[in-house]
Each structure stands twice: as structure tokens, then as C-alpha cells.
Design a protein around this ligand. Sequence first.
Ligand SMILES: Nc1ncnc2c1ncn2[C@@H]1O[C@H](COP(=O)(O)OP(=O)(O)OP(=O)(O)O)[C@@H](O)[C@H]1O
Ligand SMILES: [Mg+2]
Length: 378
Amino acid sequence: MQLRSMFAENYRSLRKIRMDLAGVNLFIGENGVGKSNLYRALQLVQAAVRGTLAYEIAAEGGMASALWSGPRREEKNFRIKLEVEVLDEERAVTFRYRVEAGLRPPIDAAGFAFEPQVKAEELSIETGSRPVTMMRRAGPGIMVRGERGRMEEYPEKAMTSETAIALLGDAGHYPEVGAFRRMVDGWRFFHGFRTDRDSPLRRPCLAVTSPLLDQDGSNMAAVFATLVHTRGVTVELDRAIASAFGGAKLSVPEPGEYAEFGLVFPDFPRRVFQPRELSDGQIRFLGLAAALMSYRQPPLIALNEPESSLHPDMLPPLADMIAEAARSSQIWIVTHSEQLASAVEERCGTRPKRVIRQDGATWIEGMRLTGVMDDGDD
Ligand SMILES: Nc1ncnc2c1ncn2[C@@H]1O[C@H](COP(=O)(O)OP(=O)(O)OP(=O)(O)O)[C@@H](O)[C@H]1O
Ligand SMILES: [Mg+2]
């Protein structure tokens, strides 16, 4: 799967932005230009697919906070609009999904006064010829292309807090909706692992084979145990750890009820250092290793400021892991580190996108309105 492009309108500092995406995408720029808003917009698309969009917007302060608050012309449908274009290489199909959320009209009893309301959605597919609409939702009404290829009214109405894409996905009768949903559901976002004493990364976890790292890193020990004891091949992981920690080795005992791990450093060959004894940077690097090198590779891995609390010496090994992961996953990285950006550029050949602000709105330097880079990126 590849996320080909994204579009966002009226979401925080994203006034109206469309951009083409590559296999590896690096975003660099000053504080407050909107890098995290771009990352978050993508997370909201995933929330829509999972049926939690209204909740997620409410949880970040509601529409009053999330809607673009800069100058605007009188617009009838002032809404947050998000759109993605996703290529499914296996089926040779391009999916386009759009979702719009806004405020409740003044007189309406369909939802709560302040909750974000899902207003419109559309899923279309393209197989080379012109796009075909598979689902269209306007307010509570949902039209969906049925088995006989005709658009039919879906018998159930959507509530304002629900997305049609999640409702139809749950229904199980619509293979295209299901396929799109599974791809987007697989995206993984990692933003700052906790490193304090009680951090989930420092605790043993239940020994359950874990093909993917949880967002908070709480199954990290199980992810390592799965690599060591289920796959049995840990060449890349061993190389990354040795190069980041001066020849250190990961030690992962056969899990009993709990999965555990430790590090053995060349200076203390007989001692296994437990997670609670490792430094913040060491723990965070291991978290990134588990995110990037898990047993199964997510279709897209997004990392927001992965360099935080890492010494510059750790950045080349981090870039190595990113380049390795980029062989099977699409990558989205937000960073403040020019060094990390150029190390990734060197390995993957992707030029960083410079995020800037124009009249308060987020933009990418050198990008045309169509989302194409002027200098012919990549
Ligand atoms: N509703 C809104 N309308 C317009 N702008 C907003 C809105 N909500 C937040 N912003 C702006 O978005 C900016 C924050 O964006 P974001 O968190 O994406 O920055 P960033 O580039 O990730 O910065 P950092 O590098 O510090 O993490 C703030 O400057 C804030 O003014
Ligand atoms: Mg940020």
C-alpha cells in the first residue's frame, strides 16, 4: 500500500493544503509551523476509518479549537475536510476517501451541541479508468454500491458521531470498504515514548507473540521476544543495537509468563542491564528499534520527532533503521534535526520537505497548489 497524497482543509493551521507523498517523507521546520498538525491530520483519517473521529476531535478540545481560526471568507460549509489517496498495489486499485466534520446547526436534535459532527464522506476507487463512487454519505444518509453494482441506500442511518466507512466496514458486505479500512487501520504513529521510571518500556509485559509495537511501547519486550524466539533472525536489530550502543547486545530470555529483555555492554560482559537501569536515550532508541523492526511491517510508520533525547551519535544508526524499514513500509518523519534529515536523505534519497507558515497557514516551501514540488522531488 502507498499513501499517494493527502489533503487537509480548516484543520488548525492547515488552511488548505494538498501534497503528494513519496515512499519516505521527511518534514523539517521551526516550532509551531504545523508539522504535528499534518501528522495529526493523518491520524484523524485513521480515526475516521476506526469510527472514532468525533471522539478524537472532541478529545483535542472540540471543533472550536480544531477549526482553522485565521481570517476566512464567509463560507457556507465551514468544516474540517480531510482526504487521502491510497494505492493498493496488490489489487492495482487507487482508493480516494474524503471526510468532512463540522459543527451542529443551531436547530437540530440529532447530536450534542458541541460535539464534532461527521457531515459528509465519500469513498471512490480507480482501476485505471475513471473513478467509481463506492460510498457516499451526506448527513445521516448513506448510499453504497451493492453486489449488483448499483448505488443503494444503506438501511441504517449514521449518527453524527459515526463514520459511514466504519459502519460499512463492520457490516462486512463491502469488500472494497473493508480493504481500504484494513490498510489505513494498519498505519502506526509514534510520538515520544515515555522514559520516566514507570515508563511502559521499562516494564516486563505479558508474553504474547507481538508482531507490532503498541503506540505507547508497552509490549516492547514481547516484540523483541517475538523477533528472537519466533522469527529467530535478528541480524538488523543486532546490528542497530551494536552500532548505537558501542557493541552492546540485546539479551532476551525465553519468555515464561512475562517477556523481558536486557542489554549486555562490552565493558560489563557478565552483567545484563535491565530496562529500568538504562538511560532515557537508550530506552527511547530501543523503542524506535521495536517500532521500525517489528516482526510484521506496518504499511505506514509515522514518527514525530524521533530524535528527541538522542545524542547526535545515535542519529546515523537511527537513520539506518529508518532506511531498513523503508524497504517494506512507507515512512513519515517529523524532525528538528538537520543531521537526521540529511542522514535519511543520504540513505533513502528523499529530500526533506521544509514546512513553513504563510499568512498563518501551514505550507511546504517550493510546493505548488497542486501539491507537486517545484524542483521535482525524488
Ligand atoms: N484552530 C487553529 N487555527 C489556526 N492555527 C492553529 C489552530 N490550532 C493551532 N494552531 C496553530 O498550530 C501551531 C502548532 O502547530 P504544530 O503543533 O503542528 O507545530 P509543529 O510544527 O509541530 O511545532 P513543534 O516543532 O514545536 O512541535 C501553533 O502555532 C498554533 O498557533
Ligand atoms: Mg510538533
